[in-house]
Design a protein. Sequence first.
Length: 344
Amino acid sequence: MKMAPVVMELKRRGVPQQLIHTGQHYDQAMSKVFFEELGMPEPDVYLGVGSGTHAQQTARVMIAIEEHCMQHKPALVVVAGDVNSTVASALAASKLGLAVAHVEAGLRSFDRGMPEELNRIVTDHLSDLLFTTEESGNRNLRQEGIAEDKIRFVGNCMVDSLRRHEQHALQEKPWAQFGVDPGGYALLTLHRPSNVDEESRLTDLLGLATRIAGRMPVLFPVHPRTREKISGRQLPAALRLLEPLPYITFLGLMARAKVVLTDSGGIQEETTAFQVPCLTLRKNTERPSTVELGTNELVGDDLCRAERIVEQILAGDWKKGVIPPLWDGHAAVRLVDSIESFLR
């Protein structure tokens, strides 16, 4: 979702590129669906890295990316987000003396217990171009001593994807296939280790979801690692456990949900873009604009407060939020302008 608008804009302008799919997210069936729905070309290279420990994944990506870069000698290596593939690709390219650009730079949760936070920091300090999505990213990079001329505030490419596919997602009416009405259900996602790997925390969160399901249906697309943890639990029928969903289906469900509960970073942004209430089941966020300007709220461990907020939302008493600056569907145009300028 972050890279599709960039890939398509580079292609539109005739900028030569190669698209590398590391295979870190290794469900090939789901991956194929995402590529097709986003209108992306088939990857030029598929590395098939698969699962493993953080060190194993990072090492396998570094080895493969190094080999590819040595063979093709790109003028610029563009990486996105905060996963192991991001930092591995940036590190391999930097060690070869190649320029690196980071899409979604500068985001900080200030929680180094999150592997993603370490990936963000290292990638940013290796990068020659840092494309930021919100003002907090600009501020964080300056405070860490990143040179001003490397920072480019371009906006949010995920919102480009959202706006491009929004009408299609709504026309599909995905809520109908689950027997719920628009505005009449909650949407839940859980995948972070801090929420699903600790038995007591997961039990508390499922208890919260169960209580909300007493007020309205809760649609819960279950991440594979989460499904393993909840196997065998007795849950109410109104808490609907679903398989992972294609992008268009999930986008339509999110756009018409009464409330979204999540521990995902990207969903915090997408709900703010849709102006749908969002409760983030974490103590921190690397996307503060979604709280300060948007429709998001951090609830941390205070699940009683989360229930009270849901009651407020059901009563129609919740902040409307505004769309953060440059979340206008044209971030990729500004980003590719910067790439072309850099290459010249």
